[in-house]
Design a protein. Structure first.
Length: 139
């Protein structure tokens, strides 16, 4: 008799995320994908209206592949009219000394335009000079 596939509850997902090391979490997420045929975030996507579920999805995506996650945050921040300056600033400032160059490479690869060009086009004044300095480009 085949075993029933157990679906995780939100409480169980939160417990796993908050009590496992990154390697353990990656192994758990990979096992979940193997068992269920899709990522855990795909199953959580069914309940997008729930802010708690959306927060869990974001946490899992950021922990699983931070470079991809931060590239997407930047892409979403600059593609909307009026820009989301808070998101753009948060990613560039918090990642500047860690992995911003890798995120910039990923952005260029995904969008076929260098991030510094997008910043120069979409921002202005002191804010523009500040962001360009952080990404290593002069105005």
């Amino acid at each position: 008799m085949p075993l029933k596939k157990k679906h995780l509850t939100m409480k169980e997902i939160l417990r796993i995320i908050t009590t496992r090391s990154k390697p353990q979490l990656m192994a758990t997420l990979n096992h979940y994908k193997d068992e269920h045929g899709c990522n855990m975030t795909k199953h959580l996507k069914d309940d997008r209206a729930n802010e708690y579920t959306e927060t869990l999805r974001t946490t899992i995506r950021c922990m699983s592949d931070p470079i991809k996650y931060f590239e997407k945050v930047i892409r979403n921040a600059v593609k909307k009219s009026g820009n989301n300056e808070d998101a753009l600033t948060r990613v560039i400032v918090t990642r500047a000394e860690k992995d911003l160059k890798i995120i910039m490479d990923q952005y260029h690869k995904r969008n076929s335009v260098p991030l510094d060009q997008v910043i120069a086009k979409e921002t202005s004044g002191h804010y523009k000079r500040f962001l360009l300095a952080l990404v290593g480009k002069d105005d």
